[in-house]
Design a protein around this ligand. Structure first.
Ligand SMILES: NC(=O)c1ccc[n+]([C@@H]2O[C@H](COP(=O)([O-])OP(=O)(O)OC[C@H]3O[C@@H](n4cnc5c(N)ncnc54)[C@H](O)[C@@H]3O)[C@@H](O)[C@H]2O)c1
Ligand SMILES: CC(=O)N[C@@H]1[C@@H](OP(=O)(O)OP(=O)(O)OC[C@H]2O[C@@H](n3ccc(=O)[nH]c3=O)[C@H](O)[C@@H]2O)O[C@H](CO)[C@@H](O)[C@@H]1O
Length: 469
């Protein structure tokens, strides 16, 4: 089979699509992690001709054995087994063994501790794929990158490594808009796919490719930088919105209202979509994307900066609530045992990057508490300054306070009344009926099943609804 190149092709669009879907357009996917592997599987089920490139030999060996190293993704193990068995996908650590005419890169793009962009992994992957790029190829950037990266970094670097003129190949930004935990279905069509090229031909080819891949719409935008910013703006909106919810949550006691209930009621009309407050904002995306923009522009961005400060202040606010709730029953945090439930950044996802649980545990330890930590999806909790407790042993810990940071499903079975003499700080509105005092971040304190703000103020008991939006 002579590989077909799509960029600048003289074939009809229909013939190009047939070539792509018929496997005559070999695809290479660089980065076979939480996002890259589901993506590679959708490319493989569509074209039958995909090679995955990863620097981790263990990942490569696992995949070539038809097994899946990514956990918590429904359907992914089955897809890996099927695509490897039918010969539609293979993995390698050796990029020189990844001949293709469509080269997709979806590797980590990072932010340093001092909030500077770190694209070193992307550069490394582009050097590797660049050696394989020939005239007529398309490079697809699926990873989230700062504005201008495809134009100013990827294209010139691939041209340098390949020896080609920049106009000889295409580069398109087609950002991954996927949620961990439903990656395969998201890639297949969970959201419209944004595509934007460094030139019109790159956009055209990317549109043709993704119209084969996704069951959803493909939205071509003006250029690559626009596509990069679509992805970033989604995340910036979320960070700022959550910061609004969090700032309002810190006013719960002064206003004497249940802020979560208030937000839910305000969101009952279509022009309002305030998100849900909690103990902080974690993950490898939302806390970092603002820095991709702030590090890239000269102009000050006070709103982005402040939103980060507000969200990063929530672990300390949550620790203050633990202190307050203990004081309300005559205890001091320095003499207390505090059990922290949920360490990952959100339920069911074994990811601790930027998790609010980490600064919260550190703050509680600073205040002198004996801190116990429990997370059913983490095998290793050594990153946290607390003593590990397994879910089955929770009731043996006899804590003075319990803080729910991340409400894993395993915590639903907790019999809260089986704890003796405990106060509860509920980060995400996941604690059900209990005789113990419960302070919900953004909801206020309730004693027993009655909400403080309504019942104790003479109104009707209200329900504290809400969960992450
Ligand atoms: N995880 C998410 O929820 C999510 C959602 C949307 C977008 N994204 C973006 O997708 C990109 C990848 O994220 P992820 O969550 O899949 O990361 P990940 O850490 O789960 O996987 C990254 C993979 O890339 C491999 N890798 C590292 N260097 C490499 C190189 N030079 N060449 C080839 N492979 C290399 C690693 O071994 C690993 O297997 C990031 O830019 C991220 O911003 C992530
Ligand atoms: C724009 C958008 O939606 N993008 C999603 C996001 O996915 P994510 O895995 O980063 O998870 P989020 O749900 O964003 O949560 C992040 C943190 O914010 C907390 N949170 C959330 C909602 C809320 O109302 N109040 C909160 O406090 C939550 O607990 C957690 O700690 O980024 C991915 C990569 O770009 C995307 O692909 C994916 O589509």
């Amino acid at each position: 089979m002579t590989p077909v190149s799509l960029y600048g092709s003289s074939l009809s669009p229909a013939a190009q699509r047939r070539a792509f879907e018929g496997g005559d357009v070999p695809v290479a996917v660089y980065g076979l992690g939480k996002m890259g592997l589901p993506l590679a599987m959708v490319y493989a089920e569509t074209t039958g001709n995909v090679v995955g490139v990863d620097v981790d030999q263990g990942v490569v060996d696992t995949l070539n054995a038809g097994e899946c190293h990514v956990t918590g993704e429904p359907g992914l193990p089955e897809a890996v087994a099927e695509q490897v068995t039918r010969g539609a996908f293979r993995a390698t650590v050796d990029a020189s063994d990844a001949a293709a005419t469509v080269h997709v890169v979806i590797v980590p793009t990072l932010v340093t501790d001092d909030h500077r962009t770190d694209l070193s992994i992307l550069e490394s992957a582009c050097r590797a794929l660049g050696a394989n790029v020939t005239a007529g190829d398309l490079v697809v950037v699926e990873c989230t990158v700062p504005p201008g990266t495809a134009r100013d970094l990827v294209r010139p670097l691939v041209a340098e490594v390949s020896g080609l003129d920049e106009a000889a190949f295409g580069v398109a930004v087609c950002p991954e808009r996927t949620l961990s935990g439903r990656a395969l279905s998201d890639v297949r069509g969970g959201h419209p796919k944004i595509v934007g090229g460094v030139d019109a031909e790159s956009t055209r080819v990317a549109r043709l490719v993704y119209e084969s891949l996704t069951t959803n719409d493909v939205i071509p935008v003006a250029d690559a930088t626009t596509a990069e910013c679509v992805k970033l703006f989604e995340g910036l909106y979320r960070d700022v919105n959550i910061a609004l919810a969090n700032e309002l949550a810190t006013l719960t006691d002064e206003l004497g209202i249940d802020v979560v209930e208030t937000i839910d009621a305000a969101n009952s009309q279509p022009f309002c979509d305030i998100h849900t407050p909690g103990p902080g904002v974690g993950g490898h995306c939302i806390p970092y994307y603002p820095y991709f923009v702030m590090d890239r522009v000269e102009r000050d961005t006070p709103l982005l900066r402040t939103a980060r400060q507000v969200n990063d202040s929530m672990p300390r606010f949550t620790a203050e609530k633990v202190e307050d709730e203990l004081a309300a029953v005559g205890k001091h945090v320095a003499d207390a045992t505090v059990l922290v439930l949920g360490l990952t950044y959100r339920p069911g996802v074994a990811e601790i990057r930027a998790t609010p649980a980490k600064p919260l545990v550190e703050r509680l330890a600073e205040l002198g508490a004996r801190v116990l930590v429990c997370d059913p999806v983490l095998d290793d909790t050594s990153d946290f300054a607390g003593e590990r407790v397994d879910v089955d042993d929770l009731l043996t810990t006899d804590p003075d306070a319990v803080v729910v940071v991340t409400p894993h499903a395993e915590f639903d079975a907790i019999d809260w009344d089986a704890f003796e003499d405990v106060v509860v700080v509920d980060g995400r509105g996941s604690v059900g009926e209990t005789r113990h005092p419960v302070y919900r971040i953004g909801g206020g304190r309730r004693v027993g099943s009655v909400e403080r703000t309504a019942a104790t103020d003479g109104g009707d008991a209200n329900t504290v609804a809400g969960g992450d939006r």
